[in-house]
Write a protein that binds this ligand. Structure first.
Ligand code: NAD
Length: 487
């Protein structure tokens, strides 16, 4: 059976030990959020499947063919996977598009970014060095870095391929075997990645893909005694449950969690560019981005004019089928998630807010069957409103005025989250001051959502623990060992 099979309602199997294993009794549906139609049936891994995947991963990682593989050879395999992703870019982009509804151009860009991540970690893998540390006696002391063995990667649905590449590539580069558990909303790109990795020559069992539910497959994976480290991206509530389970096992975890990022516009900012960035920052991907700039702070002097222009421009965004020419916003990734967004917008009204734009589904007949929601801007809010405090993960922007730098920093940091922030100002001294005072893992100055695989990424406060990307993103999947050699 092939994971590439795309017959409607075909059952997609799990990938364990290089074999495709169908679990027809426990299948769930992959739904196209743009149409409401079923794409595929996906096998849901049982606890027994997870146990089998962990066993196969340990068998594979202990084989000399993988255990003793030199870094430059592992790097060559990662490059072959990147080449495979490029060759199958159309399929990967399409699978993501029909499962999470992101517009075609963004899906394509994310495949390119994911294959570039494999290439980046191929480079890191074959150039990273160990250390000779200063001796304090007659010996040679060294620090070596070794893989954990078997690690789990658990991913969300909003940007599955980039998140999966960001975990799988460094974990393999570090010498581990990986069990990947994609979101139940976007199982197919992960299965396709598994197929591409096998085709590229990765030994069977080194990358296993167990599709399934968080509450069963995900939970078992985290609790399994054979899983030595978990790298998770997803919501803060799931992250907390994983951290608790990890505490019982004393297992290291990397947690990339939710956000409620402030996007800040001072009165002296380049307003046109700031408006474009604010719009892209929240409405790209229909707001389903962990770093979405969902709280807009505008300095009081310019607030009225700025918001008027912002509302006018955001109102011209083209919401459409993800593969329609010129579509800038596709649907929400699932119908259940659209319900949640609608519910949150309802709380804004209860909390005294007003709708400046959107706040409803589109009227168009062509979009009626899908989980669409219009770009929404909310005003007349204060810092206590639920929409200001809680992550909505949808195309909903909360606008709040501020008076001066002190007021701004206090408001922006008044959040449980600390993932990202954006600052627009012409005053470079102020930009520097504010950037250092904001409690956020990434700060953008006169730009937004600029991301590089070379720069460590992660959250302050409840936005996470640990940093992915960059050199430290590979070390995340290794443990150091001190070796003393008596002379
Ligand atoms: P989610 O937490 O519901 O699910 C994420 C993954 O975890 C899924 O694969 C799910 O099946 C699994 N899971 C859920 N509960 C689990 C458990 N108890 N044990 C093991 N696995 C479990 O998140 P989502 O709705 O898929 O994604 C949206 C969330 O992800 C948002 O909060 C968003 O901010 C966050 N996110 C964060 C980043 C980041 O880098 N910080 C990036 C993208 C998305």
């Amino acid at each position: 059976m092939s994971a590439a099979s795309e017959t409607p309602h075909a059952l997609k199997p799990l990938l364990i030990a290089g074999e495709w294993i169908a679990a027809p009794g426990q299948a769930f549906e992959s739904i196209n959020p743009a149409t409401g139609q079923t794409n595929f049936l996906i096998s849901a891994a049982s606890e027994a499947h997870v146990d089998q995947a962990v066993e196969s991963a340990w068998n594979a990682v202990r084989q000399p063919a993988w255990r003793d593989m030199l870094p430059h050879k592992r790097a060559a395999l990662l490059r072959a996977i990147a080449d495979g992703m490029d060759r199958h870019a159309d399929t990967l982009a399409r699978l993501q598009m029909i499962e999470n509804g992101k517009v075609q151009a963004e899906c394509r860009a994310q495949v390119a970014s994911a294959s570039a991540t494999f290439r980046y970690y191929a480079g890191v893998c074959e150039t990273l060095t160990a250390e000779v540390t200063p001796p304090r006696g007659d010996y040679l002391s060294m620090t070596q870095y070794e893989p954990y063995g078997v690690v789990a990667a658990i991913t969300p649905w909003n940007s599955p391929m980039t998140m999966e590449a960001q975990k799988v590539a460094p974990a393999l580069a570090a010498g581990n075997a990986v069990i990947l558990k994609p979101s139940e909303v976007t199982s197919s790109p992960a299965l396709e990645l598994g197929r591409i990795a096998l085709e590229a020559g990765l030994p069977p069992g080194i990358l296993n893909v167990v599709t399934g539910l968080g509450a069963t497959a995900g939970k078992r994976l985290v609790e399994h005694p054979g899983v030595r480290m978990v790298s998770f991206t997803g919501g803060t509530a799931s992250g907390r449950a994983i951290a608790r389970a990890a505490a019982d096992k004393l297992m290291p975890v990397a947690l990339e969690l939710g956000g409620k990022s402030p996007h800040i516009v001072f009165a002296d900012a380049a307003q046109d560019a700031a408006i474009d960035a604010v719009i892209g920052g929240i409405f790209e991907g229909s707001g389903q981005s962990c770093v979405a700039g969902s709280r807009l702070y505008v300095q009081r002097g310019i607030a009225q004019a700025f918001i008027e222009q912002l509302v006018a421009r955001a109102g011209r965004l083209k919401v459409g089928l993800p593969d329609a020419a010129g579509a800038q916003m596709g649907p929400i990734a699932s119908f259940a998630h659209r319900d949640k967004i609608e519910g949150m917008v309802g709380t804004a009204l209860e909390d005294g807010g007003e709708i400046l734009l959107g706040g409803r589904r589109p009227d168009s007949d062509a979009l009626r069957a899908g989980a669409f929601y219009l770009p929404t801007i909310l005003g007349r809010l204060d810092g206590n409103a639920r929409v200001v405090r809680e992550e909505i993960f949808g195309p909903v922007l909360c606008v709040l005025p501020f008076d001066d730098e002190e007021d701004l920093v206090a408001q922006a940091n008044d959040s449980a989250y600390g993932l990202a922030a954006g600052i627009w100002t012409a005053d470079y001294r102020r930009a520097w001051r504010v950037a250092r005072r904001l409690e956020a893992g990434s700060v953008w100055i006169n730009t937004y959502k600029q991301l590089s695989i070379a720069t460590p990424f992660g959250g302050f406060k409840q936005s996470g623990i640990g940093r992915e990307k960059g050199l430290s993103g590979l070390r995340l999947y290794q443990q150091s060992k001190g070796i003393y050699w008596g002379l």
